[in-house]
Write a protein that binds this ligand. Structure first.
Ligand code: HEM
Length: 369
């Protein structure tokens, strides 16, 4: 029996491929910022907690903490567009799952506000050299809860077979879904990613001209080793995530040239991350070039994961009766044209803002030679 609610009678105003492309692009950006945030926050907390009298570790904690409120704005602003595109493409699944865990899903907003509050306190305190690590730790725990809620909802939206029983048991949205073998591997995969991505973020910061040499060497050492360790762990989790999928999804990946290629692309990028991370850790390389390579590898690896993850979702939903490509579409090209025009204008405006920011007088960090 098909468990999905009736499809919205209003057709999509643009082709599915256009929504998909925009969704994949913006979600890759959200994941990049989110992984930097989740890993960077814990690292900043640990640097502050174990700094003792060491000025380099204090400098490292402050350098990260100072940037984190800005990173969080990117997490949120890059999170809104993919949320809208997911709702357009998968509304009947995502709205249902969001309602079923409504209490937790709505709690994200309160959790996010608490994270922001703690983050500002932590950032100010760390920059002033105060012992505020516990605020960072609390903010990280709350952010990790947000990530768990996201993974729970993105998994529940793929399980129409459990929706009726969940609704019958608790229509108030207070119930968590029954066990699903894909959830924990999927969530751990995302959280592990936070640590290699933030390791490469340290390599990026180390390469800035404003970073003092001693701080730069410390950041590349820690960042390189951390990225090497965590990408290796993520490769193991990658196989666990794929193996935990239902047989029909595994067969779908194996039979799709595109998805198989994406999985290989992810593995290839992960190997490049490992080699690069080991190289910077051993050489203690602090340079602009190393920073840009780190950024490129991060985006490549995360983008291939986002595409594969999207394919897994489509295969799972199709096996349960919802094919995202079979929706009624009546393209309103006038609206699409205006949308693309405003998008381009927005990107130009953002480019200009970034240019203005880069002209600002740099502030030197970790002033210990
Ligand atoms: C500290 C804040 C946040 C954290 C830690 C976080 C974490 C995550 C994680 C771990 C996932 C992946 C879930 C999975 O596939 O298993 C995810 C997906 C997502 N997040 Fe965030 N998130 C945060 C804030 C936000 C905000 C504020 C928004 C939007 C307003 C947002 C929008 C999304 C969307 C749209 C997806 C995936 C949608 C899809 O599957 O198509 N996130 N987030």
């Amino acid at each position: 029996m098909n468990m999905f609610p009736m499809v919205d009678p209003i057709p999509l105003p643009a082709p599915v491929w256009l929504f998909k492309a925009l969704h994949l692009l913006t979600l890759s950006l959200h994941f990049t910022a989110m992984e930097i945030f989740l890993g960077g926050l814990l690292l900043a907390t640990l640097f502050c907690a174990f700094a003792g009298a060491d000025p380099v570790r204090k400098g490292a904690g402050a350098a990260l903490a100072r940037r984190l409120p800005i990173v969080l704005t990117f997490v949120i602003n890059f999170g809104v567009p993919p949320l809208l595109f997911t709702q357009v493409l998968y509304g009947i699944a995502l709205y249902t799952s969001s309602e079923l865990i409504g209490l937790y899903w709505s709690a994200v907003i309160l959790l996010l506000m608490a994270v922001y509050f703690l983050l500002y306190k932590f950032s100010d305190g760390a920059s002033a050299g105060r012992r505020v690590w516990w605020m960072g730790a609390l903010a990280w725990i709350l952010a990790a809860c947000i990530s768990k809620i996201y993974s729970t909802n993105m998994t529940l939206m793929l399980r129409p077979e459990v929706w009726p029983a969940m609704y019958a048991a608790s229509p108030s949205g207070a119930l968590l879904p029954p066990h699903d073998p894909t959830l924990i591997p999927r969530w751990l995969f995302m959280v592990t990613g936070a640590f290699w991505v933030s390791g490469l973020w340290l390599v990026w910061i180390a390469g800035r001209k404003t970073t003092a040499p001693a701080l730069g060497r410390f950041l590349t050492g820690v960042g390189g080793w951390l990225a090497a360790l965590m990408i290796s762990m993520q490769v193991c989790l990658f196989s666990i995530v794929l193996n935990s999928q239902p047989a029909v999804v595994k067969a779908g990946i194996a039979g799709s040239f595109w998805l198989k290629g994406t999985a290989i692309a992810w593995l290839g990028s992960a190997v490049l991350v490992l080699v690069f991370a080991l190289w910077v850790a051993l050489k203690k390389t602090c340079s602009y070039a190393a920073g840009y390579i780190a950024a490129l590898l991060t985006v490549l690896t995360l983008a291939s994961w986002v595409i594969l993850r999207d394919g897994i979702r489509d295969l799972t939903l199709a096996s349960k009766g919802y094919d995202v490509w079979q929706q009624a579409v009546v393209t309103n090209w006038g609206v699409v044209g205006w949308f693309i025009l405003t998008l381009v204008l927005g990107l130009v405006a953002m480019g200009w803002l970034i240019w203005v920011m880069m002209q600002a007088k740099p502030v030197s960090e970790g002033g210990i030679a």
